[in-house]
Design a protein around this ligand. Sequence first.
Ligand code: FPP
Ligand code: MG
Length: 457
Amino acid sequence: MPLSTGASVARGARNATARVSRSALICPQCLRTGPLDARIRTAYAVQPRALYHSTRRRDSAWAAAVSVAGNIVSNAITRAKGDMPTIDPLRIVAKEMKFLTGNIRKLLGSGHPSLDRAAKYYTQAEGKHVRPLIVLLMSRATSLCPKAPQRQQATLQASAAIDTSLSPLSILSDYNPSAANAQAEAETADVDILPSQRRLAEITELIHTASLLHDDVIDHSESRRGAPSANLEFGNKMAVLAGDFLLGRASVALARLRHAEVIELLATVIANLVEGEFMQLKNTARDEENPRWSEDTLTYYLQKTYLKTASLISKSCRAAALLGGADAQTVEAAYLYGKNLGLAFQLVDDMLDYTRSGQELGKPAGADLELGLATAPLLFAWKTMPELGALVGRKFEREGDVARARDLVMQSDGIQQTRALAEDYADQAIQAISGFPDSEAKDGLIEMAVKTLQRQK
Ligand code: FPP
Ligand code: MG
């Protein structure tokens, strides 16, 4: 029996005022389309007000966001759970997910034994595979949506030769000892997910894993997925090079989809990830010594969060719809689902960094403050606790800063505010796909939004 639709979930009891106001904190249009430089400059210096469509609502928008913690009645989980039995999104695309890790490893083979080992290292531990799972669900859900006639040729082309090189192999000189039999299992998978979409799911995991290899070097991480991090196991140099290798092989796989728009989207994701990471090197756009709290601080954080996390999810959802030959409205809905889900996902991640232990997370907890990062829980706390400004300015570097900042956040409603904002984005993700025809895959996507809020690691 089909579960209730996203529309009915999203139509549930909603605190409309809080929702509109919180959404006004950042303009989704600017977030998506504005050049990053302009967005940042606009956010803090030149014309701060231009970032928002409604300038008069700025103060009340923030006030509403802050007041949300006291009356979280618009709870996406409660509403979604109200009339929906639990569904397991993994089960819906189980056949494809079963082959995911094996296929990814086949894309990563190198004749150089140490590189082969380092490149495949993060495929050993069972990751959550959230991104490929979402891509596969989106592929199935959009297979039932209206098609764009002009996209059908590209759709056929994209799936026809995903393992066939464009240049002669002798020119490529890129021997992959793992590549043999790459298609054998794929043939047993469902027909409503195209080979190109399956490959896209693998590419998203490759890009994500490459970013983790680099991120763990940058963050001096010692563990990942409950095991020693790659930088600890192989050293920084090999970990960075392995990440580069993953990006190289992801790019080759992407090119072999022979779909220029999808290549542009995913290549932009790689640039976005780096931009996001650069933004994260500063807590505020001006990087002042003793910053004062302002709404622009949260805007900066949300832009960074889009680039660092939501870009990959949103653009790969869009790419899945494109590869399926979907019409423009469906492509846009897929993108909006991914963008809102990605923002919710990172907000929850930043919240868990305060609320869970390292053992529970399978990676160090409380890492953000140790790394000098001011994430959403602290940014919300800072509004009512101005003393946090000096700590933010010196990136919690002095003895006792981390503990003090953590105490202040815990005394504040920063965690609840973060959760409320995550719920709002999850809700918007569900709403984005409300026009899709009812299907198990659509329910799976709704459940992913619910699970994003429920996850504990
Ligand atoms: C995890 O963040 C990191 C990311 C989501 C992106 C990192 C991006 C780069 C290092 C730029 C280079 C990108 C590529 C594609 C090579 P986190 O530190 O908050 O999460 P964690 O707690 O899981 O480490
Ligand atoms: Mg990290």
